[in-house]
Ligand binder design. Structure first.
Ligand SMILES: NC(=O)c1ccc[n+]([C@@H]2O[C@H](COP(=O)([O-])OP(=O)(O)OC[C@H]3O[C@@H](n4cnc5c(N)ncnc54)[C@H](OP(=O)(O)O)[C@@H]3O)[C@@H](O)[C@H]2O)c1
Length: 319
């Protein structure tokens, strides 16, 4: 089933922005007849809906605040606001790219994490008919890192508050059904808020300051563009359940910084590796998680080639 009215929640974020872009490049094959109308009523939600790219897919981006691709404010902690958007826009698919993904913040304020990472999704699900497809992004942190690798059927063991709350939402959605949960890791890409790790490496190169990274912690750097396209592809198909969507390599932050510096041709990147206790982190994290997939055949491009090919786009300032 190809989704024809897609609601993207968290459309101003790193992943949500790329989902908005990816939604424009999907070809829809409709039976003969009139195009799906942009809207049946001249409501404010419909007017702010963005018709992008493919003629028949209508995509509306929302977030707590209007910003970037989020053209409509919809706070997931406000059930009335959710109902208004759902009633008016009538999505047949929703991608939840919203969260409070601040791992250390969640550890310090578990009540806020529960509200912003779990209650938000509960509120949204309550407003959606069972027929609406739902996509969600989760994290490699649902595992403890003690196994050599994890596929989609592996038993979870979250170490932090953030990870536990992400796991709780996974379970909520799997119980609901008609859902795709994409677990990913170390997402990078061009981003208006410049908060992903790539920008720390770029800034260290420009300012010639040493980059302090924790030793031993490793993840699987994943390009936001590939992640968004892959997640959308699975959501448009009959895929059900969990999908591991990550880059091809497990890298420590130090190794990843070196790959970024080489691939993006950044000079003078000095990397200092410190024990995680000295790195300012608060929440416990798995040391090394390798996610593999037995459920799909989507392959992420090799990191170095990707970085050199996309260098210009990755280094261009996003507003
Ligand atoms: N980035 C990674 O490395 C990574 C790795 C693994 C998994 N993930 C998962 O991927 C997803 C996307 O992450 P990201 O890095 O793209 O996040 P992000 O850049 O921080 O974006 C978060 C988005 O969520 C919105 N949002 C937050 N609270 C909201 C609320 N109450 N109501 C409506 N919108 C709300 C934000 O809007 P406002 O700014 O207006 O609040 C923003 O658009 C998250 O679920 C995260 O857990 C990310």
């Amino acid at each position: 089933m190809t989704i024809s009215r897609l609601l993207v929640v968290g459309a101003s974020g790193l992943v949500g922005s790329e989902v908005m872009r990816a939604a424009s490049s999907v070809e829809l094959k409709l039976p003969t007849g009139p195009r799906v109308p942009f809207s049946s009523s001249p409501s404010s939600v419909a007017e702010s809906a963005m018709l992008i790219g493919a003629p028949a897919r209508v995509t509306l981006g929302v977030a707590r605040n209007v910003s970037g691709f989020a053209t409509k404010a919809m706070d997931l902690l406000d059930p009335r606001a959710i109902n208004a958007v759902v009633t008016e826009f009538k999505p047949d698919g929703v991608i939840i790219a919203s969260a409070w993904p601040h791992v250390d913040g969640c550890e310090q304020d578990p009540a806020r994490s529960s509200r912003e990472n779990v209650q938000t999704v509960k509120n949204l699900i309550a407003a959606l008919a069972d027929s609406v497809r739902v996509g969600f992004f989760s994290t490699e942190h649902v595992f403890d890192g003690k196994q050599a690798e994890y596929d989609e059927r592996s038993k979870t063991h979250p170490l932090s508050v953030y990870a536990k709350h992400k796991r709780d939402v996974e379970e909520l959605l799997l119980t609901r059904g008609n859902a795709m949960v994409a677990r990913t890791s170390y997402v990078f890409g061009a981003e208006a808020k410049r908060k992903n790790f790539m920008y720390r490496v770029i800034d260290a190169s420009e300012k010639k300051t040493a980059l302090k990274v924790p030793t031993a912690q490793a993840g699987m750097p994943t390009w936001a563009v590939w992640l968004a396209k892959s997640a959308l592809q699975l959501l448009d198909s009959d895929f059900e359940g969990i999908a591991h969507l990550t880059g091809p390599q497990v890298l420590t932050k130090g190794e990843w910084a070196r790959v970024l510096a080489k691939g993006l041709a950044l000079p003078d990147v000095e990397i200092t590796e410190v024990p995680w206790q000295e790195s300012g982190q608060i929440a416990p994290r798995p040391e090394r998680v390798r996610l593999i997939s037995t459920k799909h055949d989507l392959h992420h491009p090799p990191l170095l080639e990707l970085l050199s090919q996309e260098r210009e786009a990755l280094l261009t300032k996003v507003v």
